[in-house]
Ligand binder design. Sequence first.
Ligand code: ATP
Length: 319
Amino acid sequence: MKKIGVLTSGGDAPGMNAAIRAVVRSGIYRGVEVYGIYHGYKGLITGNIKKLDVADVGDIVQRGGTILYTARCEEFKTEEGRAIAIQQLKKFGIEGLVVIGGDGSFMGGVKLTQLGFPTIGIPGTIDNDIPETDFTLGFDTALNTIIDAIDKIRDTATSHERQFIVEVMGRGCGDLALWSGLADGAETIMLPEKKEDLDTIVERLNRGIERGKKHSIIVVAEGVGSAYDVAKEIKSKANMDTRVTVLGHVQRGGSPTAFDRVLASRMGSKAVELLLNGDKGKMIAIQNNKIVAHDILDLLTKKHGFDENLYTLAKELSI
Ligand code: ATP
């Protein structure tokens, strides 16, 4: 293999740039040319493709977002769209592809692999919702952004003796809520994986107030529903006023943490190594601090594991 491509697809995540840098430099180090494909699969169809040199990925390891931009592309989901994409790849002489994105993007990669075009995936999403990897790229950075925000909210919660509800991202996965709730000592963490009766939550809040607690933080994963609805229900059940903060897209931005930069570097390099070894249809993962690879079709039949021990610990520490 003499030429490989790299693209980012789906939602952006901090650490994607560090992964692009790693793919480009590991490729060049191993003697292959690396092409950046802009705007995800859309750029593959329109031919928005450019050769990247060592200097093109300088000064990006610390930057959030993705220099290759990202997009969702309906046309790529059609056979016709993919046929055009293959033509473009052939035109540029690209023989293998690294896709940095979520499970949807990996399905796109698998379809290319089935058409005889080797693809390797790198899990890039703040949600940490991909099976068979302990962490996805961007999760740690988003987590630290949330913690920083909740620390600030706690200052005002304490000063005004108020109850705050903070809604965090994660879609169907509660990891951002669980980890941030534990790290921030939230009184209650509401997760899609562990639906808790609101009466129980209100009871716990009241117990705290009776004990002399003047404020509390409730972290709500977006997969549970709207924090505003939770606030309304608490008001109607307990006549308790709360303040709501929806952190929103601020969680997707920012300079990646050291953990995400190192993870991106390790995953990017491994992706190139696999492609050059003739591997295809696999996703790079981290498990027990080891960089490994799993068959994408196989892992997409699984669900991201929920950490029961962490949940139990969070409950134990928020009595
Ligand atoms: P995120 O988790 O951030 O949403 P994602 O990779 O899951 O990221 P999707 O919107 O599901 O995001 O997919 C990104 C793109 O991947 C789609 O716009 C489409 O171009 C391609 N894609 C998704 N699913 C398929 C599929 N089944 N077949 C072919 N291409 C697909």
